[in-house]
Structure formats: structure tokens, C-alpha cells
Design a protein around this ligand. Structure first.
Ligand code: PLP
Length: 477
């Protein structure tokens, strides 16, 4: 950052972060009178994409990208182009969508050992989780008359489940974690009652990449006669390959009795374009809870598998093409590189950074917090570590409860030298945090906010304001 940039006011800095193109591109607040030249637009867009891809392509970003192979992206974009405009609601026009969707479900069901290929393709992990919750709510209402539904999940279950529960009037019952940072199944058992619609476990969870004891949760589900959703959105398309490569992967998929549904994001480790995930069900009866059919609407008979109406055929076709073009061999090869890189990072931290503590023993990410001293105090402020990593061009995911960072390994991080560079920079970042102990960290800026009086409410208001700011055209100036 240049010196003059440092002299910007806080407001200017925030505006530059949110709207970096406000000085270099025209801001449109009204559809232009005359259409702009396509070539000009394309070159403008290419400039933005190039700038925004640079950090990820260099292997300095945690998660988010997964493939990073631009030839693969180009191929998927070519497939997308053929059906981008196709609305797969109109199946008489686009029967190819039935092929692509059905085969994507079948290939996924096969990979996760589902007894039958029963599922749907959704728009992403959150979409899959919310649809699963809806199906369980409807099942519990119809089969057991449940009117005050609750879902029992470990505190680390993905936040989209909270969003879905909030929208659908489902109470969330949080179970604590064991010392190993996975679901405490005894605590889950204590939270289940007659109004529990289902249990949830993760494989692995977003924060720490850890796999909950799915076999134990499955046994609990069977014992109580309720369903179990396994959130494999993040790890789903990586764990089968880890297992094949000989890594110790605890049972987590449909081979576990009691697992009744499972989500896995094709737009993560299946390397499809952003905007797709697979939600599988053990049986068609549960899936049919999310079907919607209307017979008395003036617009005609209406049938839809989920919340979305029109969907692009391009995404479904390119997801299918990602799986078929990668092949088992391609997935295995990539998984081996990812797991190997993570092993290198874990070993490097364990060997050279006693100030850090790795949370659990995750396969495809490394989540680390501050170690504690003899008095049980944190050795350092992990957000100061993040400050220093940021300055060195790394983008980690910052966590809370406890404060931690995670590095979720994806394709670009497996490039030669990336893991070694990261370890060197992390060592330097730890030294920075030790030297600046007691100073407030710039990253994780909301750290501590939650403990103010009415902190959560204040925090939610501030976070809502951020969303407001992200949904406007760039302001003048
Ligand atoms: C475990 C897990 N579940 C669900 C999701 C939500 O996925 P999406 O961002 O595609 O909605 C994520 C995202 O990272 C995740 O890690």
C-alpha cells in the first residue's frame, strides 16, 4: 500500500475496499441509453477478473477456489455457454438437463454409497441444507404431528442451518463439542425430544474440517426414530478419495446406518462452477417432502423440486461435465496433492511453532489457535498473526469461539513452494504477534464486540449495515 493510500480517511479506505473500481470504471445507476461496446465491456471485465484472481492463483487464499485450473474453468465455461440461456423448468425443450441432473445425482449417490440414486441438484451448500431441513420439518409434521419443531446439532454445524431454521420457525438446539472438537453425542442425546425433526453432523465442519462421530449420531438417530443429515458440503467430494488413498477417514456416508440424507457441494471439491451442490436422500419418500405441486393456479399446473423456479441449464450441464471430465483418476490425483500439502503444513506447525495449537487432526485443512502457557493464558493473539499474514499476501479464514484461523487447502495451494512459503510467513507472523502482544489487532476487527452490553444485537446491526453497503452502486467521490 502506498504512503498516500495510508493517509486516506477511514471512510475513504472503506469505500475503496468496497468499491475499488469506482475511480477506474463508470458507475451505472441507470441503464445506459445506448448499449455499450461489447469489446470495451469485455476488456473492462477481464481486467477486474485478472486483478481479483491474482491472489488465489498464487495459492495464497484459503478455501473458496478449489480447482484454480483455468483450463478446466475454460472448458466448463464452454459447456455452460451451450445451455446458459436454457431454463431447465421447460424439460420438454431441454431433456438434456434431465440427463445431466440425473447422472450427477447417480454419480454422487454411487460415490457416497447411497442405496439408491435419490437426490436433487441445488444451488449450493446452504440451499442443500435448507432443503433438507424443510423435508424433515414436513415429515415430522405429517408423520408425527410436530408443530414446534427443533433440530439438534453440534455448535460447529454450518450456520446456513441456523438461517434455514430461522426462516422456517425451527428451534436450533446446540450441542457442545468434546475435547476433540467434534459433536458430543451424549449431549445431543439429552437435547432430543418428541419435537426433534432430525439430527445433524458434519463431515467435515467448516471451522475446523473435522468429522463428527457420524456412526454414533446415526445410532442415536435410529434409537430415537428420527433422521440424520450429514453435512458433507465441504469435505464430501474429497473424503472418498482420501479413503481410497489410505487416509484414516471415519465412516460418514450412507454406509452408516441412520444417515438419511447427505449434502456435498459440487462447487467445492468436485470442481464444478459456483452455484451447485447435491442433496441426497436415503429414500424417495423423504425427498418427496420437498416437491411442490399446484393444480389450481391460473398459470397452469405447476411442479417444482425446490425453492428455485427457473434454473440455468448451463450450471447443471457444466457440473456433470466437471465430474465426467475429471474422472476418478483426476479426482484422486488432486486429492493426493491437497492432502499432502495439508500434511506438510500441519507437520511444519507442529515442528516449528509451539506458540500455536492445531485444532484436532483435520485432513484437508489446518485450523490453528494460540497455544496456552502454564497458567492457561493464550500465548498470543491469533488475530495479530492474521494481520501479519495479510500483510504478506495471505488470506486465511478467521474463526471465533475460540479465536483461530484456518487454511483450507485447495488446488492452487498445492503448487510447488506454496506450503513452504506459508510456513516461513506463518513463523514470521507468530513472531510479529509475540512482539506486539497486547496491541489491538486490525483483522478480526469485530473481536471483543460480542462481549459489550447488548453486544450481539449491536454486532448484528453493524453486520446488517455491511450488507446494506454491499448492495448499492459506488457512491460518488
Ligand atoms: C460444512 C459446510 N456446509 C455448508 C456450507 C455452505 O455452502 P455454500 O457457501 O455453498 O452455501 C459450507 C461452506 O463453506 C461448509 O463448509
Amino acid at each position: 500500500m502506498s504512503e498516500s493510500a495510508d493517509e486516506r480517511s477511514d471512510l475513504e479506505r472503506m469505500l475503496d475496499d468496497l468499491f475499488p473500481y469506482r475511480r477506474t470504471t463508470q458507475t451505472h445507476r441507470r441503464i445506459p441509453e445506448h448499449g455499450e461496446d461489447r469489446d470495451v465491456l469485455l476488456s473492462e471485465i477481464a481486467l477486474m477478473a485478472k486483478a481479483e484472481d491474482a491472489q488465489g492463483d498464487a495459492g495464497r487464499v484459503s478455501g473458496s477456489l478449489y480447482s484454480g485450473d483455468h483450463e478446466h474453468y475454460h472448458f466448463l465455461a464452454q459447456v455452460f455457454e451451450h445451455f446458459a440461456h436454457a431454463n431447465v423448468l421447460q424439460r420438454d425443450m431441454y431433456p438434456s438437463a434431465t440427463k445431466f441432473e440425473g447422472e450427477t445425482i447417480a454419480m454422487s449417490a454411487d460415490l457416497f454409497h447411497a442405496p439408491e440414486p435419490v437426490g436433487v441438484v441445488t444451488s449450493g451448500g446452504s440451499d442443500s441444507l435448507v432443503h433438507a431441513l424443510y423435508s424433515y420439518r414436513e415429515q415430522a409434521r405429517e408423520a408425527r404431528g410436530v408443530r414446534m419443531p427443533n433440530v439438534v446439532l453440534p455448535i460447529t454445524a454450518h450456520v446456513a442451518l441456523r438461517k434455514g431454521a430461522h426462516w422456517m420457525g425451527i428451534e436450533v438446539r446446540d450441542a457442545p463439542l468434546t475435547a476433540a472438537y467434534v459433536a458430543d453425542v451424549d449431549a445431543m442425546a439429552d437435547l432430543v425430544d418428541d419435537n426433534t425433526i432430525c439430527l445433524v453432523g458434519s463431515a467435515g465442519d467448516y471451522a475446523h474440517g473435522l468429522i463428527d462421530p457420524i456412526d454414533e449420531i446415526g445410532a442415536l438417530a435410529l434409537d430415537r426414530g428420527i433422521g440424520l443429515h450429514v453435512d458433507g458440503c465441504l469435505g464430501g467430494f474429497l473424503l472418498p478419495w482420501a479413503e481410497e488413498l489410505g487416509y484414516d477417514v471415519p465412516a460418514w456416508d450412507f454406509r452408516v446406518p441412520g444417515v438419511t440424507s447427505l449434502s456435498a457441494d459440487t462447487h467445492k471439491y468436485a470442481y464444478a462452477l459456483k452455484g451447485t451442490s447435491v442433496l441426497l436422500y436415503r429414500d424417495a419418500g423423504l425427498r418427496s417432502r420437498q416437491w411442490f405441486a399446484s393444480t389450481d393456479w391460473p398459470g397452469g399446473l405447476y411442479l417444482s423440486p425446490g425453492l428455485a423456479g427457473s434454473r440455468s441449464g448451463g450450471l447443471i450441464a457444466s457440473t456433470w461435465a466437471a465430474m465426467v471430465s475429471m474422472g476418478r483418476e483426476g479426482y484422486l490425483e488432486r486429492a493426493a496433492a491437497i492432502l499432502n500439502t495439508n500434511d506438510t503444513i500441519k507437520a511444519g506447525i507442529r515442528e516449528a511453532m509451539p506458540e500455536l495449537a492445531i485444532i484436532g487432526d483435520p485432513l484437508f485443512m489446518t485450523s490453528f489457535t494460540s497455544a496456552t502457557d502454564a497458567a492457561g493464558e493464550d500465548t498470543l493473539d491469533i488475530y495479530l498473526v492474521n494481520d501479519a499474514l495479510k500483510k504478506r499476501g495471505w488470506r486465511m479464514n478467521a474463526l471465533q469461539l475460540p479465536p483461530a484461523l484456518h487454511f483450507c487447502i485447495t488446488g492452487p495451494n498445492t503448487r510447488p513452494g506454496v506450503a513452504e512459503d506459508f510456513l516461513a510467513d506463518l513463523r514470521a507472523a507468530v513472531d510479529y504477534a509475540l512482539e506486539h502482544r497486547g496491541e489491538p489487532a486490525a483483522s478480526g476487527a469485530m473481536y471483543g464486540f460480542g462481549s459489550m452490553p447488548n453486544g450481539d444485537e449491536t454486532l448484528r446491526t453493524v453486520m446488517g449495515g455491511v450488507l446494506d453497503a454491499m448492495h448499492v452502486a459506488a457512491p460518488d467521490g
